[in-house]
Write a protein that binds this ligand. Sequence first.
Ligand code: OAA
Ligand code: MG
Length: 225
Amino acid sequence: MIHVRTKIDRPPADVVAALGEFSAATIHEAQGRKGALAHRLKPVDPAMSFCGPAFTAEAQAGDNIMVQVAISYARAGDVVIVAGGEFEQAGSFGDVLATACKSKGLAAFVTDSGVRDSADLRTLGFPVFSGSVCIEGTVKETLGHVNTSIAVGGQVVRPGDILRGDADGIVVVDPSEAEEVVLACRRREDHETLIREQHRRGDRTLIEVHGLTEKLKAKGLVVEE
Ligand SMILES: O=C([O-])CC(=O)C(=O)O
Ligand SMILES: [Mg+2]
């Protein structure tokens, strides 16, 4: 039985870079409100953000041997993402492993389990997203798989899927849809730029600017003035 697949199809770098110009929330909206990982998966520091192909691993709850194996085989630009049984009571990754990730040029580390050494992780600046922050360590015993489809934060993540993370959380994008999603993100940004300009001008009400007048009327909104 093969545990580790090292060869994955990575999306073109220019597509990853283009997606990385947009926020996770914009991408989520632009691709039809799908792909958002559970909101509890958050960066150790809100300033952390990333975009890159998923290099997936499954780890037994409270065991980080496969985390270490995955990091060893991941390449520069990859996002190592670990399904760790949503086990919150363990720091399965910390500043030592983050130092290894950073020196390999990985894009980020994501786990649905916990991480530790959070102050040092913030100082290092390598993007780390997790389900919890926890003092307790892990054992290094049980084998699992690297680069199979995994379920993390309620989403299926396949090796090579594009992950975008920022202060709001993480969204997964199917590489076959990525170019279309980039165009949809641009359209959405252009539209929001116009809306913001109108708010700055301040000569119409928010209800008018957001095109809610007719809808609120149809619903029978009553306002006492
Ligand atoms: O000890 C571990 O396996 C995790 C950790 O704290 C580190 O990477 O610094
Ligand atoms: Mg440590």
